[in-house]
Design a protein around this ligand. Structure first.
Ligand code: BTN
Length: 247
């Protein structure tokens, strides 16, 4: 059953269960549709960056936003915009000060609350799918992730209305998308992102596909790459990887 839950310039379609909202979104892209959000109450095959499994039991928020932007050269800014939208919405709805961790996480007290997966689909018409997985009402997580995951319910000891949170995130995201991304005001997105990011200035280990780097995060560049001042003194750009804060 598909349920339309909004009356806004974009539509949100909710499914009780899907393999992955990201994969369903790709089916919609094939039909040439955009400004649509696909959400599901649970996913059987939710996935994240580097094809990692995304635990998707009922109680979480799983959504993919389908966009058809003119500019597809800077889609990493859409990951930043989604992270900002998540942090702002959970502040409003759960009164929680979560923080962004480069490149695509929102966390609280060193535990992951939300992951974002942005994928470009390039063809005659270019599309971008921004997938958001937010831990809302889960009480527990599988052993493999339980030490580094948390949910709004675990933190706040109450249940939250997932649809309300989703509406908040999507509304906030489209404000940033229309006002800044589509107007090419990308620095505005970076400034906001930096405001909510707590990894800048921290000593970290970054695990990339090739190696492990140690240094201090000094910021991000115009491509949203991480700028890491290595322990040796040189500044290195990191395009992708996982960060572990050292102290
Ligand atoms: C990550 O941290 O690596 C990103 C995780 C993204 C998970 C979301 S849940 C909704 C959408 N559907 C998916 O299969 N993945 C994304």
């Amino acid at each position: 059953m598909v349920l339309e839950i909004t009356k806004m310039p974009y539509k949100i379609y909710n499914f009780p269960s899907l393999a992955s909202t990201q994969d369903k979104a790709k089916e919609f892209v094939k039909k040439g549709l955009s400004n649509i959000v696909i959400s599901a109450d649970r996913q059987a095959k939710g996935h994240g960056r580097f094809k990692r499994k995304w635990h998707s039991a009922k109680g979480g928020l799983y959504a993919s936003i389908i966009l058809n932007p003119e500019n597809t050269e800077n889609i990493q800014y859409l990951t930043f915009a989604a992270a900002i939208a998540v942090v702002k919405s959970i502040k409003k709805i759960a009164n929680l000060d979560a923080a962004i961790k480069w490149p695509n996480d929102v966390h609280y007290n060193k535990r992951k609350l939300c992951g974002i997966l942005t994928e470009g689909i390039f063809g005659a018409k270019n599309h971008v799918i921004v997938g958001i997985g937010l831990n809302v009402n889960q009480d527990k997580f599988p052993k493999s992730i339980k030490n580094n995951s948390t949910s709004l319910k675990i933190i706040k000891h109450e249940d939250f209305n997932i649809k309300r949170i989703l509406n908040g995130i999507i509304r906030e995201f489209f404000i940033l998308y229309n006002k800044y991304y589509n107007e090419n005001k990308l620095k505005k997105i970076t400034r906001l992102w930096e405001k909510y990011c707590d990894t800048i200035g921290k000593n970290v280990a970054v695990i990339t596909r090739e190696k492990k780097l140690h240094g201090r995060v000094v910021g991000v560049d115009e491509n949203c790459s991480l700028l890491l001042k290595l322990d040796g003194g040189r500044t290195k750009k990191v395009i992708e990887g996982d960060i572990h804060v050292r102290y």
